[in-house]
Design a protein around this ligand. Structure first.
Ligand SMILES: Nc1ncnc2c1ncn2[C@@H]1O[C@H](COP(=O)(O)OP(=O)(O)O)[C@@H](O)[C@H]1O
Ligand SMILES: [Mg+2]
Length: 262
């Protein structure tokens, strides 16, 4: 039987630990990433060559209308799907080179995912939802419980640990989902339209929470949105239009007072 790389070896491969130059630079590099979906005779060019470097520890918003390719881009940089052409590097590792075991490791430890619809397991309590990825990572359950509690405190839900998702508001459920995404201390938090199902005030609380988590944990946050009101907390905005990177800007350069938009 083929011998598997140990977790330690994978850790070295995928975190470039000990390599300070790598750690201080870009956490993700997308180079001319293209994606074509083929269904029968029809082709959709979802990404038409996106090149984008993401700095370690930044909060990057991916902004674009519905259908512009945001989720497709997320799936590529999060190792959930493969580009038709182009390269994605995470910590300088070309993720196309990873075997299925290594990719699973990356998805479990390196990247935390947050979705529009929260995707919590309804029959489990908050704390059990947060412990789940730690169980996948082979963590001892007492240790996992302690860590889950710490993270729930961090997102302001320490007092709701035993509640089930259905007993919580949308904003609270999204905070549980964010806690779950942080369970295995990922370097990267990928959030695909995390505020789309929330009202304005709650949405703003969520983006402020991302900002705080970035400041406190140093995690790189990449968040897709089609809502101008959700750009303010980010350091940089990548504007995607019809599968292309149209421009990069800062929130200050956005030509609309994001506070005033209703
Ligand atoms: N799995 C898929 N199969 C076929 N077409 C897809 C698939 N996923 C997305 N698309 C198409 O690719 C384009 C970009 O979609 P998507 O990345 O979901 O955009 P966004 O997240 O910005 O709304 C759209 O035209 C969409 O219909
Ligand atoms: Mg989408």
């Amino acid at each position: 039987m083929e011998e598997r790389a140990s977790d330690e070896a994978l850790e070295r491969l995928l975190t470039s630990s000990g390599d300070n130059a790598a750690r201080s630079g870009y956490v993700i590099r997308a180079v001319d990433v293209r994606k074509v979906y083929r269904m029968g005779d029809s082709e959709t060019h979802a990404l038409r060559g996106v090149t984008l470097d993401v700095h370690r520890g930044e909060y990057l918003s991916i902004m674009g209308p519905s259908g512009s390719g945001k989720s497709t881009f997320f799936n590529m940089i999060g190792g959930l799907d493969k580009p038709t052409a182009g390269k994605v590097y995470i910590d300088q590792v070309d993720i196309a080179q990873l075997d299925p075991y290594e990719l699973a490791w990356l998805r479990c430890r390196k990247v935390g995912y947050v979705f529009q619809t929260f995707n919590l397991i309804q029959v489990m309590s908050c704390i059990e939802n947060v412990m789940l990825p730690m169980a996948f990572a082979g963590r001892d359950s007492e240790e996992a419980r302690e860590k889950a509690m710490e993270i729930l405190d961090l997102v302001g839900l320490g007092d709701r640990a035993l509640h089930k998702p259905a007993e919580m508001s949308g904003g609270q459920q999204q905070r549980v989902a964010i806690a779950r995404a942080l369970a295995n201390s990922p370097d990267i938090l990928l959030a695909d339209e995390p505020t789309a199902n929330l009202d304005l005030k709650t949405g703003k609380e969520i983006i402020d929470l991302f900002r705080r988590l970035r400041d406190k944990l140093g995690v790189t946050v990449i968040s897709a949105t089609h809502d101008l009101k959700m750009l303010k907390a980010s350091d940089r905005i990548a504007w995607i239009d019809d599968g292309r990177l149209a421009r990069l800007s800062t929130p200050a350069e956005v030509n609309i007072d994001v506070e005033e938009v209703h």
